[in-house]
Design a protein around this ligand. Structure first.
Ligand SMILES: [Fe+2]
Length: 199
């Protein structure tokens, strides 16, 4: 039996999901426990719930997967701030300490939080980070009834990409094309020009 714990957190609508042998056993959103709409915090209650429902301890889970890659997102944020400079400096100065403390060291932060669920959970070697849009595509393709599919994701944000095309076949899924950079940079540039003209 193989098990995977999926975690989405620190952005919006934090949630947890557990799979056994590729089947979703339980999934829960943190706001259902905290009664805080779109709760972005570490989903402690949701993780507790899915583990209990799946009858697993955290130390028995094979892999833990976080929904995006913090380093790639950080790179995108930095470039956005540079594009807006010097006007974005105030929000840049506000956001950076949080990013450096919480996001860049997210594996550490996650590991420390995860240890609270089970004192026998002692190594971060089974924590992995997925690409934001690959996570979206996987959540659409793998539970679908199709063995093969083209998967289109369109999102307000990702690490870099905003729209991607992926191809799924059996247990494989690969992003073939994404809209990153060009679309994103043109959008940033347009906003900047509009902002510059209005101010
Ligand atoms: Fe998203």
């Amino acid at each position: 039996m193989s098990s995977i714990l999926g975690i989405s957190a620190f952005f919006h609508d934090s949630a947890a999901c557990i799979l056994k042998d590729g089947k979703i056993i339980a999934a829960a959103q943190e706001e259902r426990f905290t009664r805080k709409k779109h709760d972005p915090n570490y989903p402690h209650n949701a993780i507790e719930f899915v583990l209990k429902y799946a009858n697993l301890r955290l130390s028995e889970v094979d892999k833990i997967v976080f929904f995006e890659k913090p380093f790639l997102k950080f790179e995108r944020l930095l470039e956005t701030y540079v594009a807006f400079a010097p006007k974005g400096f105030v929000s840049f100065a506000k956001a950076m300490p949080i990013w450096i403390k919480e996001k860049l060291f997210q594996k550490n932060l996650l590991f420390n939080k995860l240890k609270q669920h089970d004192q026998n959970y002692k190594s971060d070697q089974n924590i992995f980070f997925s690409d934001h849009h690959l996570s979206h595509a996987a959540s659409a393709f793998f539970p679908s009834p199709f063995d093969e599919a083209v998967v289109l994701t369109a999102d307000g944000v990702g690490e870099w990409a905003t729209t991607t095309v992926a191809v799924g076949k059996n247990n494989k899924l690969e992003i073939k094309k994404n809209s990153f950079s060009t679309f994103f940079r043109i959008t940033i540039l347009s906003i900047y020009i509009l902002y510059w003209f209005q101010s």
